[in-house]
Design a protein around this ligand. Structure first.
Ligand code: PGA
Length: 237
């Protein structure tokens, strides 16, 4: 059985109280997720929620890891507004890097993405690298050997921007095409890397997607915000 990775990308949602309520609901169903073999659950909330969530997870011994949705491309220092990997590392084990919303809305470049990957790897945080299409991966690979050199330490997400729900209707890419593209990422990297899929993953389409050879889980936005829906997604109930 392959390990399934469930990465919840909460984006710019939830207050501390809402995050704790979400965790309490998950905690009530702890037995369901504790029995899950071969799966890894990583929740990526806003920075402001991390201290309270970390404390809750430790207190209730939930099998959930934390990640950030972005990180500074620089080390600590005079970089107003930036949160660096040393700071993130106090709370998280994972970091989403290069999400298409960061690229489109916050003008993140290929160079930024590579610099962030380097920072994250140096801090021994696992990068969850979003790839919108194969051409973008080619750019990263031309830019730097970091991805190939560290491929085993990276979770690669194939996430076509057009498939992201944006909070609205779900329109995931068809599973065969998603699988082909995830497979293409492995081929380009030339190693047996972890590849997951993102974009409108929900409890109804998870089987069709996760049943594919190269799709080892999902980066989940909208369907992760509601605790019951997320539990349904990960437990396949
Ligand atoms: P979605 O978002 O599941 O709401 O489509 C996924 C993402 O953007 O990471």
């Amino acid at each position: 059985m392959k390990t399934l990775y469930f990465v919840a990308n909460w984006k710019s949602n939830k207050t501390i109280q809402e995050a704790i309520t979400w965790l309490q609901k998950i905690s009530n169903l702890k037995s369901q997720i504790s029995n899950l073999e071969e799966s890894e659950i990583i929740v990526c909330p806003s920075f402001t929620l991390l201290p309270s969530m970390k404390a809750f997870l430790e207190e209730h011994q939930l099998p959930i890891k934390l990640g950030v949705q972005d990180v500074s491309p620089f080390e600590e220092g005079a970089y107003t507004g930036a949160i660096n990997t040393k700071q993130a590392k106090e709370f998280v084990t994972h970091a989403i890097i290069g999400h298409s919303e960061r690229r489109r809305l916050f003008h993140e470049t290929d160079e930024d993405v590579i610099a962030k990957i380097k920072q994250v790897l140096a801090a021994e945080i696992t990068p969850i690298l979003c790839i919108s299409d194969i051409a973008q991966l080619d750019h990263y690979l031309t830019e730097s050997t970091t991805l190939v050199d560290n491929a085993e330490k990276i979770i690669f997400v194939y996430e076509p921007p057009g498939a992201i729900s944006g909070g609205g209707a779900y329109r995931a890419e068809d599973p065969e095409t998603a699988n082909q593209n995830a497979g293409e990422i492995r081929k380009k990297i030339g190693k047996q890397v972890i590849t997951i899929y993102g974009g409108s993953v929900n409890p109804d389409n998870r089987d069709a997607l996760f049943g594919q050879e190269y799709i080892q889980g999902g980066l989940v936005g909208q369907a992760s915000l509601d605790a019951e829906t997320f539990i349904k997604l990960i437990t396949n109930s």
